[in-house]
Write a protein that binds this ligand. Structure first.
Ligand SMILES: [Zn+2]
Length: 160
């Protein structure tokens, strides 16, 4: 896997990565998330576009080469989900729930972000709180930001 610097304007997935990283760093000062472009054979299924790994305290989002040519709404939703994992790996449950407590709805029992117990649905819940945008799963079982194209929450068959 080759690590590289982002170059604005050339690769849409790298620009979206930068934008999402800037966004989460507003809530999590000091959060470092690297990215890498993986090898094709790390993404055997059609629906595999990215994964997040932690090594020695360093978080890295590894993207499939094929992510670059996907529609923007797919790239964005796939990377939002991975940033959900990155935050989940970096902070404890209480910190995350407190950070995304919705105080506009104070007094309502369900105003708090209650994190799901399973990692994949937790990544979506964190990402949705972090970016203020819902993640859906399209007919190819890939994340999308377009409601009409997908279902929510993440289908059980994909692993929760
Ligand atoms: Zn995931």
């Amino acid at each position: 896997m080759a690590r590289m610097k982002t170059s604005k304007g050339i690769m849409p997935h790298l620009d979206i990565f930068d934008e999402l990283l800037d966004h989460v760093q507003q809530d999590w000062e000091g959060l470092e998330v690297d990215f890498a472009i993986g090898e094709d054979d790390e993404f055997p299924e059609d629906r595999d576009f990215a994964y997040t790994e932690e090594e020695g305290g360093e978080i890295c989002i590894v993207m499939a080469p094929k992510l670059a040519t996907q529609p923007m709404e797919r790239i964005r939703a796939v990377l939002m989900h991975e940033f959900g994992h990155a935050i989940d790996l970096s902070y404890d449950k209480e910190e995350i729930e407190e950070t995304y407590y919705d105080d506009d709805r104070e007094g309502e029992e369900d105003a708090d972000l209650i994190l799901p117990k399973t990692p994949e649905r937790r990544a979506d819940a964190i990402a949705e709180a972090a970016f203020g945008q819902r993640i859906f799963y399209d007919s190819e079982n890939v994340e999308t930001t377009i409601e009409e194209d997908g279902v929510h929450p993440r289908p059980k068959k994909l692993g929760l």
